[in-house]
Design a protein around this ligand. Sequence first.
Ligand SMILES: [Ca+2]
Ligand SMILES: [Ca+2]
Length: 232
Amino acid sequence: MTRHAVLSNESTFARLAARRSSSWQKRCAAFVITVAACAAGPAAATLVSFDTSSLAGSAARLDFSLLDGDFTENNSVTVASLSTDGTLGGVDCTLSCSGGPSYAITDTGGLGQLLQDLILGSYFSFDLSFTTNYPGNGAPDRLSLLLLDPLTNFTLVDTDLDFLNDPVPTQDALLVVDLAPGAQIQLPTATDPNVPSAGIIPEPGAGGLVALGLVLLSGQRIRSRRQSAQAR
Ligand SMILES: [Ca+2]
Ligand SMILES: [Ca+2]
């Protein structure tokens, strides 16, 4: 092969590498822009599940209540993909609640509430997402989940998530979230009978996907710089 032919092959390779790199960069950039647009929506959902084997066969009522603490109508909670190997029964979504089977509750009027009756199996689970607005007046709005006897509305479980003296009180909750920036899902450390959380799993957040897209872009730039250097 002549020196001219080798140079010609090398410059063809460099052109192809540059074209492929440009195409990759365009695709990665489109991915980042798309995900960043999605990031403007509600907070990423978290999959929450509880092991209800100790109460399997019992009639129960899930009570998701969002109580206003800051005297401002500024927060909402979404409960989606409610699932169990027991039997889902009637739903009451009338109090500052809308939708179905994905439900949104708000703090409009001071209280939003979703009630879901069911016959318990060995677990129930749902996707939870929420806003975290808190202007600093009063107390943060509080979401609590209670597991109740549908006949009496008394709790079926004694838990150590008891906040009777708080501005927004709750007792024997299976889950509590105080809606303020940086809000964390609080779970009980003791339950009687035993209803342990089978785990909370954050769904892939938009922020993480944006970071992944940026890593792909920068990795592609490093590779294309190396290929250009080798082709020279
Ligand atoms: Ca509020
Ligand atoms: Ca208790």
